[in-house]
Write a protein that binds this ligand. Structure first.
Ligand code: ATP
Length: 282
């Protein structure tokens, strides 16, 4: 079976307005992603070479993937997502070379093929979720898995260096474990911009609740600011889940319901425990 098929290239429909909070971060991404594509002549005039790679790091469920999609949408760039392939790589690396021999060279072929397709479709964004798998530090504990990881890493390094001669291609990578990324990727011309995507603060939580209730009819007794205050440590993904579940509770109560009320939100909230701890949030 080939794992080199099926790299998704959908044009993401997500926009900056679909992401609550993170105002400064969105601006930085906008400059790094949109400007070199939309204003490439200005970059050439000023003799500035655009950033080739951006690393987004932070806890799960806090919008790293969504930010990458919104950036691609804003720049009208093709979006080559290796989200699912990274999960497969992760499995292969864990299993070591024995199983990997079945797929010898497929991981590297996938990377080369994706960069090639991205060059043809430029402007393009190549997105790696779980980047620490493809870009893992060399010299791990198991010699087998190191070999597998090293081959992926060295292909990625070669391809990223090759971007010097290509216009309109950016690599966006996301990880929850930035320290596991090999230092070679942090050298100039590779991941030049490293952005921390934090868990949402109060204002961001309020905005996220606003985003995920936009299409919902909510009753006047729902106070989103109050819910935001009571949901410290909740990630964006958990707040999205809270809104969806509140809608489901309303329907469970009455399948003909048209509005979601405060008690629906409260029922769900009481049953939810945030995955993040205070120590992680800092
Ligand atoms: P992981 O590390 O697990 O891949 P992630 O940081 O990439 O997570 P996303 O996949 O972007 O997170 O977000 C998960 C879900 O949570 C998405 O459906 C997204 O809509 C929602 N979400 C997270 N943060 C926000 C936010 N700031 N505003 C609106 N929705 C958000």
């Amino acid at each position: 079976p080939s794992i080199t098929r099926g790299v998704t290239t959908e044009v993401p429909k997500v926009s900056w307005e679909d992401i609550g909070g993170l105002k400064d971060l969105k601006k930085k991404l906008q400059q790094a992603v949109e400007w070199p594509i939309k204003h490439s002549a200005a970059f050439a005039r000023m003799g500035i070479s655009p950033i080739r790679g951006v690393l987004l790091h932070g806890p799960p469920g806090c919008s790293k993937t969504t930010l990458a999609k919104a950036a691609a949408n804003a720049a009208q760039a093709s979006f080559f997502s290796l989200r699912y392939h990274c999960a497969i790589f992760s499995y292969l690396v864990k299993c070591g070379a024995e199983l990997y021999s079945m797929y010898v060279g497929e991981g590297e072929a996938l990377l080369r093929n994706t960069f090639q397709r991205a060059r043809l479709a430029a402007p393009s964004i190549i997105f790696f979720d779980e980047a620490d798998v493809v870009a893992a530090k060399r010299g791990g504990t198991s010699s087998n898995s190191t070999t597998v990881g090293e081959r992926l890493l060295s292909t990625l390094l070669t391809e990223m260096d090759g971007l010097e001669h290509s216009k309109g291609i950016l690599v966006l990578a996301a990880t929850n474990r930035p320290h596991a990324i090999d230092a070679a990727l942090m050298r100039p011309g590779r991941f030049d911009l490293v952005l921390y995507v934090p868990p949402p603060d109060l204002e961001a939580r309020y905005e996220i609740l606003g985003v995920h209730t936009r299409k919902m009819k909510i009753s006047n007794d729902v106070d989103l600011r109050r819910i935001a205050e009571d949901s410290e440590l909740f990630t964006g993904a958990e707040l999205e889940g809270l809104c969806r579940e509140a809608g489901i509770v309303a329907l469970r109560e009455n399948i003909s319901a048209t509005v979601v009320c405060n008690h629906h939100f409260q029922t769900v909230k009481e049953a939810l425990k945030p995955a993040l701890t205070r120590a992680e949030v800092g």
